[in-house]
Design a protein. Sequence first.
Length: 111
Amino acid sequence: MNSNLENIENIFKQMSKDNWDINNELKWEFTFFDKRKSKLKKIASHLKKEYKFNTKEIEKSELGDWKLEVFKKEILNPNELHQINLKLNHLANSIGIELFDGWSVEKINDF
């Protein structure tokens, strides 16, 4: 995944326009795919330990690969999100994960 700070800044501006309270905690979710479940278990363990991410169950995707979703509830600004994306991209590459698919965000009261 290519992380672009300018795009993230624009997304944050749009979120504010859409009445998202970006100054309070939101649920930030990051998704990984790989054909090998063991690789996803490895990155999940690292993300829990080093970054205090919560993890969902690793499950089969519609395309047959394994899918890992990790999330955190926190307040982020565009630069912090960009830095997280860069770190996760680097970590995924170093472990040999096939795809770091990026991030999504939800309001806390939406889940």
